[in-house]
Design a protein around this ligand. Sequence first.
Ligand code: SF4
Length: 380
Amino acid sequence: MNGESSDMAFIWRFVRGNAVYIWENSEVRRRLSWYYAVMRDERPARFLICRRIAAPVRDLKGLALEELWRIHDELASEFWKVLRLVEKGEVKLEELEEAEVSFLDVKIELAYRMLKSCIFCERRCGVDRTAGKTGSCRVDHRTRVSSWFHHVGEEAPLVPSGTIFYSGCNFHCVFCQNHDISQENIEEGDVVDAVTLARIQRILRREGARNINHVGGDPTPNLHTILESLKYLDVNVPQLWNSNLYCSLEAMKLLREVIDIWLPDFKYGSDECACRLSKVDNYFEIVSRNHRIAAESGDMIIRHLVLPNHLECCTKKVLKWIAENCSRALVNIMGQYRPEYIVARRPELYPDVARRPSGKEMSEAFDYAQRLGLVYEPVS
Ligand code: SF4
């Protein structure tokens, strides 16, 4: 980057193969400072701190929902105070007492209560998933993992990324590149419980993952299992939430203190486009709200996938919003869109997105980012 570091969101072209050298960029290190410290095992991941914040009661199951949330919010205040001390190196994890019933336990209990009338995402289906019912995502109480491996195709600061692909998604994008696991064969993944999920994360970390990348489909329908797995995870590793970020406010509250780095996808600047192409309502208000919460709570890389013919309605609006609201975020403007799934099968239904974005459209997206004052530096 030329000149002084700035608190404008930082745009860079993602170039593969620079996972080592990316950390020589002081701006990337500054903006991902917490993630960097946890990745290098210099600080404990947030979930480990959550486990050391003691809940004031032992019997969480006997508490009313409102009381559980009240306790949650009190413990959250305590968490942020402790986190600041840990960040500064004034307190070490070992100096904090192990909690018999912890802040993390409160989060897990709340997630399982939410599962009974599911409000994990803003579709708010209200179905009892513990009874095997399913909502729009078609995921019941069981968590299915389609695959897990060290992903080397993610953004440079993340690779190798210990990526866990969950089956199912709360979006129904007509161009989904992962439609086999998100929409069509969601029953084919391996059912995993929390202990198994922790074991997967342990293996990924021990074999060199820089982070645990919860993705899918979308990880949101599996919030309960993911949170519970952190109770059993015995290695220090950054937790990464790779999501459409259509989570409910309640889900965001559960995630805020356990996610070390956010990797949300901000696609649409228009609710009409979101509704037509991903079948969701009220997209911009919900997703921008959650981006704001994520940006306030931790390190963040925002992805924006450039859709052909959607420069004015989506790309420019999203970039403008990011410039005005997420000053510390790194931003990846992605040009790899290609027509898949329903768009590939019935292009006449979605002619606007039935091709790749052109070079001209990509240049216009980057030029616009520069005009907004977003810092742009090709990393090579
Ligand atoms: S996760 Fe979202 S889509 Fe799935 S059942 Fe819950 S509220 Fe509905």
